[in-house]
Unconditional design. Structure first.
Lengths: 262, 379, 290
């Protein structure tokens, strides 16, 4: 079973933000969307997550249109991390992570919920922040706490998922320091290996090519290139998309695109 | 936890398998953790209600009060020796309905404040501030002025229900207006909402002014008295329809605690957590309008309770709505009990309008709360 | 909370069903009397029955001795327990006293409540005296007789004047918009009795008057109550309100200020009030006193 959008178009007024976009998220795969500002990355993710109602096309879980499921059913299959997530009242980090267990009908006092929240916070290195007011945290800390919430929501105790689950992440590492960027992406990669289907919008092309199983490059509201990092991260494609002169270097397995000339 | 949760743990929810999980189970489980605070508040409210029953302009001894209460509950006549009949009638038909209405109206205002603050994700939302109370007041005043005599529907005298229902519809119209405009607003939603509230209040006050102009002397008197806000003329008969409406509304709102928690993260986040936000929003708006309308219809406009009380509860318990909503009901009841106790004893045998007391006590207290919070954030 | 509410509701239900409404008996001796309305207090004093008074409302400012009695608040906004706390057996209430719901509660608690008739004529004053005297189980004939004879003296004096000055009674001047007495008001009645014409007669009851209508009404005199003049910042301030300044009254500085209870009370002192007002609005009489 896959999560996919087919021939999606999305308009705001007369402005076509994305057109004819088809994307498939396969279980077991960490896919990354990159592209210039305004290319339609967040819009595509918004349609995929159900935040935006497409003007044409449909999103499917397997063969079923996703809105044929109840919100609660969707919430046990698909977790979404938005770009900015601000709680207005003084919730603690733990409160926020525990909210990930709401779709499972688990109250914050529930032992299972607490155990999962703690493990999710260990994975995102936020255990130390547990009791802190979310509004006093830095942007990067808040990002990790919210990621922990999404992980708690999509939690599975099994090594391999019996049924696929999807994580849609809009710039999950934008506010993180390099160490946490690497740690979080490795974590996501390990989730993908267990059977999760993950899509993340990233700006850091080096990180994208290091961790992604597949990269979608968007431009002008369409998917311009899709494929394995080695295939799409070429100097000609990148120079074409960003209108900059890129040279691509390889160090062992990793690919490092560098702006050659400004 | 219920069994469906343990089965959920295995993560076997297949697509197409419509296992409907119930969020209701959460609200029941919560009472376990929050029982101490809720119980404490509940006990304090009962004590305060009892003190209110003991104290009044008319001096009835504590022994008599207890004897009267026992006599009215228990079937035998042994207590009759401890009180005079007129004491009993003063307590049961004047003081007690007042204590009961302070609990019901205060609870309604507290709970609606808590829910509206979560719904608008804004700690400044309050039935009075965003115009819900004045919307309710406008339509209630319209009923007082334009409708006279009994209203009979299907052979039932529904006159007593007309006022609360009209107030409810007025409150609902205001809530929906604020919500619709507030939702489409760009930029600072909090500021926009307060501005909408200012505009709605102005419109409602203008409408009330027109109605005052139209009204005759008797209506004008009724109207002025009602506008000042007070629990003085509430009887068991007028309290009955209102408490039914408020009970329904409160029951509905308490069940929204968990969805409202998720909603505090954001509308999309709440939906990703499996909450049908359209349904939740509709319920929250309808039920709050219902209880504010019902409260306003008997007690007039009593300010500040809806604003302060949820803050107060959050200071103690944190922002979890499962505590804040029920806690606000109890705290609101306590605050109004206290304010009404002051109103009817300070200058006895005369009395102060209770709205005056809540504002006089609430305003400075709120300022102090804000100052303290600023200090804490800075340090 | 749900439980509390349910409990309360069921308690309320139980009461509605089982609690008998107290009988509305009214065979009180009137030993402990509360007067709600300044005129009523005045009449009780004039009847010489003030010893039976245990409380009055805040409008009861005459005679000065009434100020020493417990005050029950404004007579239109009294509280049930406040009234009952003085253990009255009789409450004599002005037609405007209330709220009705509160007086109903008190009446159901077994206190006899008598409402006095209202109206802006000497006949209604006499009717009031009699109704209060009857409630107190005494005779009002002497008092009524002296009011009537005083009135007939004043009436003949008023009839001697040929002029009919236009008088506008201003109830309040808050926000600079005067609220004026129209038809069917005590002010209208007292102006007519004093031989004047109510300049605001075109409107009903008390209404704010638009500036142009105020000027068109051409009042020769502005009539106000003492405490309102004080609250509004004094005579000069009121006379400087444009719509008043541009009237004949405003130009001549003719502002008459009288005690509210005396002027509008329609009680024992009404003949006195008529004489005083007449002396101020009619020419040919020494008006230096004003």
């Amino acid at each position: 079973m896959t999560l996919r959008m087919e021939n999606i178009g999305f308009k705001v007024g007369k402005k076509q933000l994305i057109k004819n976009v088809s994307l498939t998220v396969n279980p077991g795969e960490l896919a990354v969307i990159i592209g210039p500002n305004g290319a339609g990355k967040s819009t595509a993710l918004g349609v995929l997550s159900g935040d935006l109602l497409p003007s044409s096309g449909t999103v499917y879980f397997g063969k079923m249109p996703h809105n044929s499921l109840t919100f609660q059913e969707q919430a046990t299959i698909r977790g979404v991390l938005p770009q900015l997530s601000n709680a207005s009242f003084a919730f603690t980090a733990l409160d926020i992570v525990l909210m990930g267990r709401i779709p499972h009908g688990e109250a914050p006092e529930c032992k299972n919920a607490l155990r999962i929240a703690r493990e999710a916070m260990e994975q995102t290195d936020t255990v130390a922040l547990m009791e802190q007011d979310i509004s006093t945290l830095s942007g990067g800390e808040r990002q990790r706490v919210n990621l922990a919430r999404v992980l708690a929501q999509m939690w599975s105790d099994q090594a391999t998922l019996p049924a696929p689950k999807y994580l849609l992440l809009d710039e999950p590492i934008s506010a993180l320091d390099p160490k946490h960027q690497v740690n979080i992406l490795s974590l996501l990669k390990s989730y993908a290996k267990r059977g999760y289907g993950i899509v993340a919008v990233l700006h850091d092309m080096a990180m994208a090519s290091m961790f992604a199983d597949k990269i979608h490059i968007m431009q002008h509201g369409m998917v311009a290139y899709s494929g394995k990092p080695a295939k799409v991260m070429t100097s000609s494609i990148l120079s074409d998309i960003w209108q900059l002169e890129y040279s691509v270097h390889r160090f062992g397995n990793s690919i490092m695109p560098i702006v050659a000339c400004v | 936890m219920p069994n469906d949760i343990t089965s959920q743990k295995a993560d076997h929810l297949m697509v197409g398998l419509r296992g409907r999980l119930s969020l209701k189970s959460i609200t029941m489980a919560d009472f376990r953790k929050y029982r101490p605070l809720i119980t404490l508040l509940g006990c304090m409210m009962v004590v305060l209600a009892f003190i209110s029953t003991l104290v009044g302009a008319y001096n009835i001894s504590a022994t008599s009060v207890i004897a009267i209460l026992l006599d009215s509950v228990l079937p035998f006549d042994g207590f009759k020796a401890y009180f005079a009949p007129h004491e009993s009638s003063i307590l049961l038909s004047i003081r007690l309905p007042r204590v009961a209405s302070a609990i019901i109206v205060g609870g309604a205002l507290g709970i609606s404040g808590a829910v509206l603050q979560s719904l608008f994700r804004n700690p400044l939302a309050e039935p009075g501030l965003i115009g819900v109370s004045s919307g309710a007041a406008l339509s209630a005043v319209a009923v007082i002025v334009l409708l006279s005599g009994q209203v009979i529907l299907f052979n039932v005298d529904i006159t007593a229900y007309i006022l609360p229902v009209a107030a409810f519809l007025g409150g609902l119209a205001a809530t929906v207006t604020v919500y619709m405009i507030g939702r489409t607003a760009r930029g600072d939603i909090a500021a926009t909402m307060l501005l909408i509230g200012v505009a709605l209040n102005a419109v409602a006050m203008a409408g009330i002014g027109v109605l005052q102009f139209l009204s005759d002397d008797t209506q004008l008197r009724l109207l002025t008295f009602w506008m000042m806000g007070g629990l003085g003329s509430i009887s068991w008969q007028s309290l009955l329809p209102v408490s039914v409406l408020i009970a329904v509304g409160c029951a509905g709102l308490i069940r929204l605690a968990v969805p409202l928690n998720a909603y505090l993260l954001g509308a999309n986040e709440a939906r990703h957590l499996g909450i049908d936000i359209k349904v939740m929003t509709k319920k929250a708006v309808l039920f709050s309008a219902l209880i504010v309308g019902a409260a306003v219809s008997v007690a007039g406009i009593i300010g500040f309770i809806g604003l302060i009380v949820p803050h107060l509860v959050r200071q103690i318990s944190g922002p979890d709505n499962r505590t804040v909503i029920i806690g606000s009901a109890l705290m609101g009841a306590m605050l109004l009990l206290f304010a009404d106790l002051c109103a009817r004893t300070i200058i006895a045998p005369a009395e102060l309008p209770v709205g005056l007391v809540t504002s006089a006590v609430g305003g400075p207290f709120f300022l102090w709360l804000l100052m303290r919070r600023n200090v804490r954030v800075r340090s | 909370m749900r439980l509390t509410i349910l409990g309360t509701v069921s308690a309320a239900l139980a009461f509605v069903l089982t609690f008998p409404l107290l009988a509305d008996t009214c065979d009180s001796k009137g030993e402990r009397v509360i007067a709600l309305g300044g005129t009523i207090t005045e009449i009780v004093y004039a009847l010489g029955e003030e010893k039976r008074l245990v409380g009055v409302d805040t409008t009861s400012s005459y005679p000065a001795a009434a100020n020493t009695l417990p005050k029950l608040g404004y007579y239109r906004a009294v509280s049930a327990e406040g009234l009952l706390s003085l253990s009255p057996d009789l409450i004599i209430a002005d037609a405007d006293a209330g709220p009705d719901a509160i007086l109903d509660q008190v009446s159901r608690a077994g206190v006899c409540i008598i409402r006095t008739p209202d109206g802006g004529t000497i006949k209604s004053v006499v009717a009031r005296v009699h109704s209060i005297a009857k409630a107190l189980d005494t005779s009002g004939d002497t008092l009524a007789g002296s009011i009537e004879s005083a009135f007939s003296v004043v009436r003949s004096q008023v009839r001697a004047f040929n002029d009919r000055p236009r008088v506008m009674f201003v109830l309040s001047a808050a926000n600079g918009t005067p609220v004026v007495a129209g038809n069917d008001t005590e002010a209208d009645a007292i102006i007519a009795l004093a031989g004047g014409i109510n300049a605001g007669a075109a409107i009903d009851r008390y209404k704010p008057l638009t500036p142009e209508a105020a000027i068109a009404a051409k009042p020769d005199f502005i009539l106000m109550m003492d405490h309102v003049v004080m609250q509004s910042g004094g005579a000069d301030k009121i006379l400087s309100i444009p719509q008043i300044a541009m009237t004949p009254a405003g130009k001549a500085g003719n502002l008459i200020s009288m005690d509210g209870l005396l002027l509008l009370g329609f009680g024992p002192r009404t003949p006195e009030a008529i004489a005083l007002l007449a002396s101020k609005i009619h020419s040919g009489i020494d008006v230096a006193a004003r």
